[in-house]
Design a protein around this ligand. Structure first.
Ligand code: SN0
Length: 315
């Protein structure tokens, strides 16, 4: 594996899932693979799980880690080419990425969507500039349109908890008062569409995801219909793609409740976290026996570890 930016860098998901599950059983089996090598983790945005699980995964492989909050710890970075740099950004990504590529064998980057300029967000400017100038493999720690390490962890979690060969998996929009990116939902669709399962997406009108990510997924505006017989309910809020970045509704009727979970096939409740309690999902569901959010977050280590292992093997 060279870079890990999207599902397109993971041609065999099943093999990755199985290898991740094997690593979960023997975390230190490859603890010499990263010896004397260093990964740099760059955060343009906050992080809890991604930051810690990726460091843990790296350490399990014997990698050294360096972590930086870009713009807070470092200079603000200019991403556009050919601009007169008389604004707030003191350094251009051309030098910054190239220099960090001298210090690190792998660079992992988190850079959320602006949610103001759709064309620019969907062009993945930050990831593409790092890929172009760093000269080392790049790992996506959530970009403007995708969160592939989360999606791989989700595949691992579904594999562990499924009770039938072809489970019904539902991605449901859930209310939030803030404008959140489409990245987690987009990525989840693009990974689920490549798995052998029944995949249904449900959201209020106006929250249609970008067709390139939604693919052939079934879509319904009836959350009840979607939940019927579901084996997994994956909740996420996202802002509108078509009325880009806007919060069109905060309709509390879309919150995940126990009553709705009772429509499922004793379905498991999943969320990438962080989750706003009693905004997106009730305490009852989150604290109840159907919730697997903590186990799901735990699997972030194994998704990161299998990806870093594959990249190290290709160095
Ligand atoms: C991010 C998102 O993409 O939706 C990260 C998820 C892994 N989530 C948030 O920004 C939540 C912020 C909030 O205030 O609830």
């Amino acid at each position: 594996m060279q870079h890990f930016l999207s599902v397109h860098d993971a041609p065999d998901i099943e093999a990755l899932v199985q290898e991740a599950l094997a690593l979960k059983k023997t975390p230190f089996a490859f603890d010499q693979l990263g010896k004397n090598k260093t990964i740099g983790l760059l955060f343009f945005n906050p992080s809890l799980r991604t930051r810690l699980s990726t460091q843990r995964a790296a350490q399990n492989l014997g990698l050294n880690t360096m972590v930086m909050n870009v713009g807070q710890d470092s200079w603000g970075l200019e991403l556009d080419e050919g601009v007169i740099m008389n604004g707030t950004s003191a350094e251009h990504v051309k030098e910054a990425a190239a220099v960090m590529g001298k210090y690190c064998d792998i660079l992992a980057v988190r850079a959320f969507a602006s949610l103001t300029d759709r064309e620019r967000d969907y062009a993945e400017v930050t990831m593409e500039q790092f890929k172009k100038y760093a000269g080392v493999p790049i790992v996506n720690l959530e970009s403007a349109t995708r969160h592939p390490l989360q999606s791989l962890a989700d595949c691992i979690t579904i594999e562990e908890y499924k009770t039938k060969p072809r489970p019904k998996v539902v991605l449901t929009w859930a209310p939030h008062f803030k404008s959140l990116p489409q990245a987690v939902a987009n990525s989840f669709c693009e990974w689920m569409n490549r798995r052998d399962l029944e995949f249904v997406v449900t959201h209020p009108e106006g929250y249609e995801l970008a067709p390139a990510f939604l693919g052939n997924a079934q879509v319904t505006h009836s959350q009840e219909e979607a939940f019927a017989g579901a084996d997994f309910v994956y909740a996420k809020n996202w802002s509108s793609y078509h009325q880009y970045g806007q919060v069109l509704t905060q309709d509390a009727a879309w919150m995940i409740t126990q009553q709705k979970m009772d429509l499922t096939n004793n379905g498991k409740f999943m969320h990438c976290l962080p989750v706003r309690r009693n905004v997106k999902v009730t305490d009852e569901v989150l604290d109840g026996p159907q919730s697997i959010v903590v186990e799901q977050a735990g699997n972030r280590v194994w998704s990161a570890q299998v990806v870093l292992k594959r990249i190290l093997e290709g160095l």
